[in-house]
Design a protein around this ligand. Structure first.
Ligand SMILES: Nc1nc2c(ncn2[C@@H]2O[C@H](COP(=O)(O)OP(=O)(O)OP(=O)(O)O)[C@@H](O)[C@H]2O)c(=O)[nH]1
Ligand SMILES: [Zn+2]
Length: 347
């Protein structure tokens, strides 16, 4: 069958953004790589084509997975995203860095061993919810659980968030990989996150038939930002796409306050009932959160994990806001210095 746009993950959501002129004259593509001055675009024929960035287009505004329109030579515009995952960029000029766009399902991967960690899973869940992707928790090494039974790990994962499917798998078993394929069909885009060694590459190999070695595609530019080369989108046997970029593996939490509020809806609701609106939920009178802890209906460890996540998010988000403010002040200072110079020269 001849490939069509839906093979790329295109849907009505994107068609709705085009006017009739654009439909007649431009071609939709999907970005499979973002370099400093060009992008690699996947066409509906599943060819990869490099397109130079011109005019106002800058690589930092684009992400792997984006849909864009081209006139064959140039990139005309990037379409609105269904979902986007971003992170705080490394370095002094903290800015949100786009990691990947239009991911439908984020497969949060952990194992039936000491890698399993409630706080880490909650961090990824908050990121997924914030990005508006659907989280799925895949717990690998179900064939050789350590410490607890595989089912006990699954129960712990289910208790974290009822909006996430939980799957126990042996990543090396084709039958178990097949159970993930429901998320991987034509029109679907997924990504895998999780610590080193949990089986992401093994799952990716099972879903695509390819060996995906992210280490090889790292391509840092002089400022320490990474750009990704062409091969960041991989076609899966089931028809969908797997996005894998270096940034995906180093996700940090930022600006995920809504994701955190949704994930910890019980605490968010309780906090709204506290006597003081700025209640820190420690020793204040009339604290509904502490009341729930004392009544045994809120796990104090869960409350502690929530605090840490909120702190991490606040810290990272502030760093970005501070950097923006510094940038603004600096350009204001430059402008007023220039003005003063001109005035002195009598211009
Ligand atoms: N028995 C068993 N072994 C597994 C399973 N999943 C992964 N492994 C093994 O665990 C090791 C690490 O798996 P990888 O797929 O390389 O892990 P990764 O998450 O890609 O690790 P990084 O590339 O470091 O991010 C490999 O030897 C796999 O064969 C599983 O479900 N069962
Ligand atoms: Zn309180």
């Amino acid at each position: 069958m001849h490939p069509t746009l839906s093979d790329l993950g295109w849907s009505q959501f994107f068609t709705d953004q085009l006017d009739s002129n654009e439909i007649d004259t431009l071609t939709p593509v999907r970005l499979s790589g973002v370099r400093r001055r060009s992008v690699v675009a996947l066409t509906a024929d599943l060819d990869r084509k490099e397109i130079a960035l011109t005019g106002d287009h800058v690589a930092t505004d684009m992400a792997v997975g984006d849909f864009a329109l081209t006139d064959g030579e140039r990139l005309i515009r990037v379409l609105d995203r269904k979902t986007v995952i971003s992170r705080k960029a490394a370095g002094l000029a903290a800015q949100a860095q786009l990691i990947a766009a239009n991911i439908d399902t984020l497969i949060i991967t952990t194992s039936c061993n000491q890698d399993f960690n409630d706080a880490r899973l909650e961090r990824y869940l908050a990121i997924a919810i914030e990005a508006e992707t659907t989280p799925v928790i895949a717990i690998t090494k179900a064939d050789k659980p350590e410490g607890l039974t595989a089912e006990a790990y699954a129960e712990r994962a289910k208790a974290l968030y009822d909006g996430a499917d939980v799957l126990l798998i042996n990543a090396k078993s084709p039958d178990d990989i097949a159970r993930l394929e429901g998320y991987c069909g034509t029109g679907q885009t997924i990504a895998l996150v999780g610590s080193s060694g949990v089986g992401k590459s093994t799952i990716a190999r099972g879903l695509t038939g390819e060996d995906i070695a992210v280490g090889d595609i790292r391509d840092d530019d002089a400022k320490g930002r990474h750009t990704t080369t062409a091969r960041s989108m991989h076609r899966m046997h089931a028809g969908g796409w797997l996005i894998d970029t270096p940034g995906m593996r180093e996700l940090a939490l930022h600006d995920a306050s809504e994701g955190i509020a949704t994930l910890f809806e019980d605490i968010t609701d309780l906090a709204a009932q506290c006597k003081f609106s700025d209640c820190q939920h420690r020793t204040e009178p009339g604290c509904a959160v502490q009341r729930a802890v004392n009544a045994g209906t809120l796990d104090p460890e869960r409350l502690e994990r929530w605090r840490k996540l909120v702190d991490e998010d606040t810290h990272n988000s502030e760093t970005i806001a501070d950097a923006r403010e510094r940038g603004r002040k600096f350009s204001k200072m430059v402008k007023s210095t220039m003005k003063a110079k001109k005035a002195r020269r009598g211009e």
